[in-house]
Design a binder for this molecule. Structure first.
Ligand code: UGA
Ligand code: MN
Length: 297
């Protein structure tokens, strides 16, 4: 028997079907968000096919190092497919940094490369040069594909920046907050292309960027085997990027086309260094002794 559908009923049924579909789509979206929120570390599974992020962090001993490195390690725990290359500015690796790396649960490489004594006193010497160079050398020897990012130990990173730089084809660039007198340093983007840099320190730099404001595809590193970090303070980024033989038009603006600050050049204020002598004799049998010992380790 043929059922004749009257047009009104047909429209009504169609509306119900469409509405059901919309509700289903919305619900699946909600489920997805709940799933993300349920996973407090933010770690998602089965993401091994993502390009690897190689993060080079130069670090050195001072009384804020543990706090800075702990914060960075716990930021990176929330990033998928990341390999952390930590290079101490010292003659050998330290237990202090090693234990932070171990606790992080991240895949890591722990190296040491000291600034030679004769360079230490130089007035115009950049910081973290020799240890970053050591990190680059490791990458050249050990890694094929992926993306390099220099993450100083004291900056503050929004997790979204890692997902945006992961797909860097050559060099991605993005704004950095809390920089110099402008309080911000950013590529200038017009019609999706980088046309210059909004940065308080131009000084003839072709790439007026902070170290935290760019990421590089390893292919580019491998095809420019001599590219390295120069010595002169304030010219590290410019020197390295120039050595990679790229032009302004090769730069890929990320962080929503450079409209968002997703990394800040924070600097940790130096507190007093704890000194066991400050504990008065009457408390020598208390927790304070171990507390100082642990913190100073
Ligand atoms: C600014 C830039 O953001 C740095 O990337 C750049 O290396 C530096 O200037 C410079 O050109 O000298 P700023 O905050 O002034 O950074 O420097 P720091 O945060 O003190 O040092 C940058 C990185 O190098 C840090 O990860 C730090 O741990 C490391 N570092 C610093 C060393 O490995 N050895 C040192 O003696 C000092
Ligand atoms: Mn810093």
């Amino acid at each position: 028997m043929m059922v004749r559908l009257n047009p009104l009923r047909f429209v009504l049924m169609l509306a119900i079907v469409v509405e059901t579909l919309i509700i289903l789509v919305l619900l699946s979206g909600r489920d997805f968000r709940i799933e993300e929120a349920k996973c407090p570390s933010g770690r998602r599974r089965n993401k091994k096919d993502l390009p690897i992020l190689y993060i080079i962090t130069p670090t050195y001993y001072r009384n804020t190092q543990k706090a800075d490195m702990t914060r960075l390690s716990q930021t990176l725990r929330n990033v998928d497919n990341v390999h952390w290359i930590v290079v101490e500015d010292a003659n050998s690796t330290s237990e202090r940094v090693h234990s932070i790396l171990e606790r992080s649960g991240l895949p890591y490489t722990h190296l040491a490369a000291a600034t030679p004594e004769e360079y230490r006193e130089r007035k115009l010497m950049g910081r973290g040069v020799f240890n970053r160079r050591r990190g680059l050398q490791w990458l050249r020897e050990e890694a094929d594909d992926g993306v390099l990012y220099f993450a100083d130990d004291d900056n503050t990173y929004d997790l979204r920046i890692f997902e945006q730089i992961r797909y860097t084809k050559r060099v991605s660039v993005f704004p950095v907050g809390m920089i110099l007198s402008l309080g911000i340093s950013s590529p200038i983007v017009r019609h999706d292309k980088v046309i210059g840099f909004h940065d308080a320190f131009q000084a003839g730099r072709k790439f007026a960027l902070d170290m935290a404001g760019f990421a590089v595809n390893l292919r580019l590193l491998h095809s420019n085997p001599k590219a390295d970090i120069p010595l002169q303070v304030s010219y590290l980024e410019n020197g390295f990027l120039k050595a990679l033989d790229i032009e302004l038009e090769d730069l890929e603006p990320v962080a929503d086309k450079c409209t968002q600050v997703l990394v800040w050049h924070t600097r940790t204020q130096r507190p007093a260094t704890p000194d066991i002598k400050a504990v008065s004799k009457e408390y020598l049998d208390t927790n304070l002794i171990l507390l100082y010992k642990h913190e100073l380790a």
